[in-house]
Structures are given as C-alpha cells and as structure tokens.
Design a protein. Structure first.
Length: 295
C-alpha cells in the first residue's frame, strides 16, 4: 500500500492517472513509456471480475520476473546501450520485476524483435541469464506465445546444459513443446529422478497464454487460455535437485533444441499461485497483448 506521502501524491488526479502513478510506485522497473499500457490492461482485465485494477498490479508485484519482449525492454547489444528496433535483433532484455537480465552476444544467435514479441528462429536463437530462477520446490511460469513451426522438441525455458538427447542428467528443469508441438512438457530432476509430465494437445500457429504450475511434492498442472490442459504427478515426489546451470530462453544452454516460437511475455514466480491470481494474470496478459483469447 502507498505510504502517507504517496497517498497525498495520488490525491486529486483521475482514477486512470492514479493507477499509472501506483504502477510507478509499486513496479518502478516498468518503463514510464509502458505504464499507461499496463494500466489500460489492468483496468480492462478487471472489468466485471469482482476485483480492482490495483489488485492486478499487486499480483504482478509478487512475481520474480516478467520479461516483456518489446522495444521498451530490449537492446541490440548486451550492455543495453542501443535500443532494439522492430525487425532488429535482441541482444539483451531486462525483466520488469527484479531487473533480471537475459543476453546474447553472438549476432547470429540473437532473436528478432517483432511488434508483438520476439521471434526465435528454430535454428540457434536463445537468450541466457546465468544462474537465476533456481527453484527447488514449487514454481509457476506463464507465457504469451505462438509456436511458429513444428519440431520434434523445442525448449522454451530451461535450466539445463546442451545435449544431443532429450532426457539427460544435466537438467534441473525445463518447459518445452514436444512431438511436433502436440503437447507441452515439464521435465525436472525431482528426487534425483528425471521425470517428465505432458499436457493435453496444443497446435502450431495458434496464439496461447499458457501456464505451467509445478509442485515438486505433487506434480505439474498445465493451463491454456484460462482452461485446464492436463496434469501429472511426480513419483517419487520430493524436491527439484539443484544444479549450477544457466537459465535460458529459447533453447538449452548452448542452442540445442532451439525454439520455433514467437514469445511475447514470460512470467515466473516461486512458490504457489492461487487459482484467482493465475486467472487474473492470464486475463491481464491477454489484454496487454490484445490477443482476445480469454473472455
């Protein structure tokens, strides 16, 4: 909640402008140029739902990371000096919650920025953030994306190293599309056993807002465009075994099993996420990217 000084700042301005100011106070890493768009999406997503736009911002503030692939957060170079342009490369993207950075120094491995996300080229594009998002038990990922072409396996978000095999020892966890994009999979080394859980069917060329909810004591639940998309249990259950590996978007750590996807946003949170908060953020991302997937 705003303190007494912040509440005085909010006095006497419109409801919309109050929300924009609140975003700046609650989520200061969101660029000023994007706060109005965030406010519009929060208001639109909250309309008729029984919660306030401010509560959407409060839920966003609980995240560990939110990478939004757009001009305001992307740079051509790894140092963040030259902003990316539409149709140009992405060498760096900064998340809007914690300031976590993913980069790519090699020009040939850089994804391409589009007006509605980042294109990963199916060959070798990826971004890497080092030893971050080192989850050991429960966590949650939500992404707005489309799978642009079918591949046997493509990695969306991983904490693993390169390998020529799909399942191998040097993986902590990864979220991927499998079997020519017929399903999502979560693969994780739980209780020292590499375990894989698959979703129900997905398809190439469709816009999705997809969530993967992982609880190492139980299993994984998948959601797509607000609806359940299957689940599975871990056996044996336990904890996700720690590894010192790179967090990578769009491939394993050196480009193997690269994604053929347009990724608009990627959100991560440790611990559990309530059903109401998941639905709140699904509706928010849908409004933010104008994908019209969730009523």
């Amino acid at each position: 909640m705003p303190n007494i000084v912040q509440r005085r700042v909010l006095t006497g301005v419109s409801t919309f402008n109050k929300l924009v100011i609140y975003i700046g106070l609650k989520l200061p890493l969101i660029p000023a140029s994007q706060r109005s768009l965030v406010a519009f999406a929060a208001i639109s997503s909250a309309t008729g739902q029984g919660y306030t736009p401010q509560s959407v911002i409060d839920t966003l503030s609980t995240l560990d990371a939110w990478w939004s692939f757009e001009v305001a957060s992307c740079s051509q170079d790894t140092a963040g000096v030259t902003p990316s342009t539409i149709g140009g490369v992405i060498g760096r993207c900064v998340d809007w919650i914690s300031g976590l950075v993913v980069t790519q120094a090699s020009t040939s491995f850089k994804p391409t920025l589009r007006s509605n996300g980042a294109d990963f080229d199916t060959v070798d594009d990826f971004l890497q953030g080092g030893n971050i998002l080192n989850y050991a038990s429960s966590f949650w990922c939500m992404t707005s994306l489309s799978l642009t072409s079918a591949k046997a396996f493509q990695m969306l978000f991983t904490r693993s190293v390169a390998s020529d095999t799909v399942n191998f020892t040097d993986v902590q966890w990864e979220i991927r599309a499998n079997n020519a994009n017929t399903a999502y999979q979560f693969a994780g080394r739980v209780n020292s056993v590499l375990q894989t859980i698959s979703s129900n069917s997905i398809a190439t060329g469709q816009n999705y807002i997809s969530s993967v909810v992982v609880d190492s004591a139980t299993g994984t639940n998948f959601f797509n465009n607000g609806s359940a998309l299957g689940s599975g249990s871990f056996s044996p259950a336990g904890t996700i075994n720690p590894l010192t590996v790179n967090f990578t978007i769009g491939a394993r750590s050196t480009g193997t099993f690269s994604a053929a996807a347009r990724i608009r946003s990627a959100m991560f949170k440790s611990g559990s996420l309530s059903t109401s908060d998941r639905q709140k953020l699904e509706r928010f991302l849908d409004r933010y990217w104008s994908t019209s997937l969730i009523a």
